[in-house]
Design a protein. Structure first.
Length: 297
């Protein structure tokens, strides 16, 4: 079994992206269509950034069927206590939310299904001299779980073993992603949201049967997995948490999802850049939930 060294880096998300890998898109290039929602999303995001003492954050809200941007917020810390809109909204290149897309690529081959089991052991797995650790390794790991459960708890070992078993080499893995219109080198925040939005509307990224399976898994992430902070009492949502460590040592914590889960109308991505631990996607999930609750008041 040939080692997927690139995939290890992608799934671990450590030291892969440098601060130089940022692409700036001026907000004037994208028309925001709901000024009231823009204002409320700004307020919600700013409050969370202050709570976390974060460096910056962004939230983008998209209409599922049209792809229209309803609101787009970017805030950066200018001093110890003040956040201001970015002059150029930074679209940080990110791979912290790649797991569902990688699993969807595996499903497309027909070699695996979400009910297949994976033994992640005690949460520590070594391959070719590189050690992968699930977030709960100090508590003994998850043992044998399904691929869907692995996605729900962001098990890097489960994802790695699934992709390695399915593709066997980096070239085959990337070829399948490319076939789905996914270029790992160009995945910024807006592009990531667009891909999740395509999943929400059963678009052309993959077959409907596999997209439907993944959508069920993304609901499970919120009901039973690490995405529970995104759960709304007003409408069922689906989505995925993500965490990525940048080369400068800071962290990107993210949540991307859509609602209503069974008839998606809107998709939202929230991305927060913070310096220190703790750093987890549930932090962004809380911002997502507050925005969803406001949009369903």
């Amino acid at each position: 079994m040939k080692t997927l060294n690139l995939l290890i880096v992608l799934l671990l998300g450590v030291g892969f992206l440098s601060c130089k890998n940022r692409k700036d898109y001026t907000t004037s290039k994208i028309s925001v269509t709901d000024s009231t929602l823009q204002s409320k999303a700004t307020s919600i995001l700013e409050s969370k950034l202050s709570e976390l003492n974060a460096l910056s954050g962004q939230a983008i809200i998209m209409e599922v069927q049209t792809g229209q941007i309803k609101a787009m917020v970017g805030l950066e810390r200018k001093d110890s206590a003040t956040y201001q809109p970015s002059e150029n909204l930074p679209q940080t290149q990110t791979l912290g939310l790649i797991q569902p897309l990688s699993i969807l690529a595996a499903l497309e081959t027909g070699k695996v299904k979400l009910s297949d089991t994976v033994n992640v052991g005690n949460g520590i797995y070594s391959d070719n001299g590189i050690e992968i650790k699930d977030h709960n390794w100090q508590r003994g790991g998850y043992g044998t779980i399904t691929i869907q459960q692995g996605l729900a708890v962001s098990s890097e070992i489960s994802a790695y073993k699934t992709i390695d078993k399915t593709f066997g080499n980096e070239q085959a893995y990337q070829a399948q992603l490319n076939k789905m219109g996914i270029n790992l080198d160009s995945l910024n925040t807006l592009k990531m949201l667009t891909l999740y939005n395509d999943i929400a509307k059963n678009g052309n990224i993959a077959s409907k049967v596999n997209t439907d399976s993944l959508k069920q898994a993304l609901k499970y992430v919120v009901t039973d997995g690490l995405g529970q902070t995104a759960k709304s009492e007003k409408v069922q949502v689906a989505g995925k948490t993500g965490t990525l460590q940048l080369e400068d040592g800071s962290y990107i914590v993210e949540f991307c999802g859509y609602f209503p889960a069974d008839n998606p109308q809107y998709s939202i991505i929230v991305s927060i850049n913070k310096e220190d631990l703790p750093a987890a996607g549930f932090m962004a999930g809380d911002v997502f939930r507050q925005i969803v609750d406001y949009m369903n008041k």
